[in-house]
Design a protein around this ligand. Structure first.
Ligand code: ADP
Ligand code: ASP
Ligand code: MG
Length: 427
């Protein structure tokens, strides 16, 4: 029998009335003769509230204990969704991440799924039940509860869809598809009928929270089709995330905004050191060698090498510039200070009042796009601090107060007109 995974996010299960709406959607899909696995997030803003609660007790909560706390959010919603399904006359059974066989590494608060062993879910489906699984959580091999990082329920859903060989993973949320940019921030955003895995992964990695980046990475690897659709318009099939061959070849498919970043700029005095590594403090002395070590350590933290700029003055490094997620800023700062201790002449500027804005699409490979993007931002009098490129994107850091202007300007420049003939206007 065909299998379908349906995932519902926090706004979709925010109260009893919404949970009943979700149960109705699941009920209709089950009537179509499919085996259904439902994955749910915590209700509404529960996860934020639990984090605030933890920080009110201890401003640096132990990650293991934080995971123990945060996982309770999803445990509330699975039981309520199972009850709502039973009320509609369906057989349903809830499972925590551990019970569903979601096995992860030990990285508390940002764990990676290593394997899925869903034997209990399989048994439940064979009995004709709807399996309701807690998103965002798993278990280490030593039976500790882990969580998968914010937005991680999407990853649970895709991992289960791959492991159970589901025909599709439907991600239900509060918008009716993937748009050229966040439709809540910019009313002229246009909905995409389809988007390739690669472009969706880039959009998500660069801040479009509509899908969790790791879930797209997994879907790409395991070839799981994802449909991004709305809980509030269940008749609408939303946006299909699929292979590039099946999706239109947009030049630029969208603009991503990420306000959850901190930018770092370390300016160095002239390097008069001998151009040989010195071992006086156990570390290589020459700036160029130290800078390479900094880049390696930053990559170990999860930053992309493409997103660290090293500027040289003659043949020696004079500036290291990058931006990173806020959750990594303390460690990133420690890496910089380990290799370049603050002394006369070094100047470290850290700014969290910034936004990273990016254009994404196969067209970004063309060399002129970088210049076109900088020009477009300058034309709107938006100061551009740091420009980086990847295979299919160009990103710039701008002061946070210009974020809305920057989205509007880049959307008008890159996402309107002939290169968007196949997109449909936002409704
Ligand atoms: P859920 O709780 O259902 O997982 P999220 O809040 O994680 O929902 O993701 C949905 C939100 O993503 C939307 O409300 C929208 O504001 C935002 N979003 C950001 N970028 C985009 C985009 N390109 N297309 C659609 N929605 C986007
Ligand atoms: N409840 C978790 C969060 O708020 C996971 C999720 O919603 O996907 O991040
Ligand atoms: Mg989400």
């Amino acid at each position: 029998m065909a299998r379908l995974v349906q995932k519902f996010g926090g706004t979709s299960v925010r109260d009893a009335e919404h949970i009943q709406r979700v149960a109705k959607i699941v009920h209709d899909a089950a009537r179509g003769g499919k085996e259904i696995v439902v994955v749910v997030s915590a209700m509404g803003h529960t996860t934020d509230e639990l984090i605030n609660l933890a920080e009110s007790v201890n401003d640096l909560p132990d990650p293991r204990e934080l995971d123990m706390l945060l996982s309770t959010g999803e445990q509330v919603s699975i039981s309520l969704v199972a009850m709502a399904l039973q009320k509609l006359g369906l057989k349903a059974r809830s499972f925590t991440g551990a019970q569903a066989g979601i096995l992860t590494d030990e990285t508390h608060t940002f764990a990676r799924i290593k394997t899925v062993q869903p034997s209990r879910v399989e048994t439940s489906l064979r009995r004709g039940e709807i399996a309701v699984v807690a998103g965002f959580q798993g278990m280490t091999r030593t039976s500790d509860i882990t969580t998968l990082g914010r937005g991680g329920s999407d990853t649970t859903a895709v991992a289960l869809a791959a492991s159970l060989k589901a025909e599709c993973c439907d991600i239900y949320t509060d918008v009716n598809g993937v748009y050229t940019t966040d439709p809540r921030c910019y009313g002229q955003a246009r909905r995409l009928h389809t988007i390739s895995y690669e472009e969706m992964l880039e959009l998500a990695s660069l801040g479009a929270q509509v899908l969790n980046a790791r879930s797209v990475e997994l879907a790409l690897r395991q070839k799981v089709p994802i449909r991004l659709r709305s809980t509030f318009e269940p008749g609408d099939t939303g946006t299909l995330v699929t292979l590039r061959e099946l999706s239109p070849d947009y030049q630029i498919c969208g603009v991503a905004l990420d306000t959850n970043r901190v930018s770092f700029r370390l300016s160095l005095p002239r390097d008069f050191s001998v151009k040989e590594p010195s071992l006086d403090d156990g570390k290589p002395n020459h700036y160029n060698v130290r800078a390479q070590r900094v880049v390696e350590e930053l990559c170990n933290l999860g930053l992309s090498r493409d997103h660290v700029n090293l500027r040289t003055d003659g043949d020696s490094i004079c500036e290291i510039e990058f931006n990173c997620e806020k959750r990594l800023s303390r460690e990133a700062r420690e890496v910089l200070l380990e290799f370049f201790p603050q002394n006369n002449g070094t100047l470290l500027r850290v700014d969290s009042d910034v936004a990273r804005i990016s254009i994404v699409g196969v067209g970004a490979r063309e060399r002129h796009q970088r210049g076109d993007m900088i020009n477009a931002l300058r034309q709107a009098s938006i100061p551009v601090a740091m420009v980086t490129t990847s295979n299919i994107s160009v990103s710039a850091v701008v002061p946070a107060k210009y974020k809305d202007d920057a989205v509007k300007q880049l959307h008008e420049t890159f996402c309107n007109g002939h290169n968007f003939a196949d997109a449909q206007a936002a409704t």
